[in-house]
Write a protein that binds this ligand. Sequence first.
Ligand code: ZN
Length: 138
Amino acid sequence: MKTFRKELWFDVPTRRAFINITPKVQQCIDESDIQEGLVLVNAMHITASVFINDDESGLHHDYDVWLEKLAPHEPVSGYRHNIGEDNADAHMKRQIMGREAVVAVTGGRLDFGTWEQIFYGEFDGRRKKRVLVKIIGE
Ligand code: ZN
């Protein structure tokens, strides 16, 4: 069995963003030379997510509105976590959107369902953050 590990780095200039990282993950599979196996993609921070859904800007706007309703950033003082920081909402948004995605690798390609793409969800940006890509297979 072969294994492959790579970190993808992000420095998002805004507090929140959704970034399609599918091409970067496919590039990792290409580099790994693994044809059949599994790829794990996970955020290495507790205020960012990796998830799978549609690459559609209306949907991403809807996610942002929905997440702000569930865990509004303001008022910052409304969270006990926000002593010396202001990112309690980002922890909660990450919890809802998830830590990782696992996708089958078939014939050296991401074996997606219809319209599936992999996204990095940033909820407390403006600093460097990482995503781990781990691939196992043959
Ligand atoms: Zn925090």
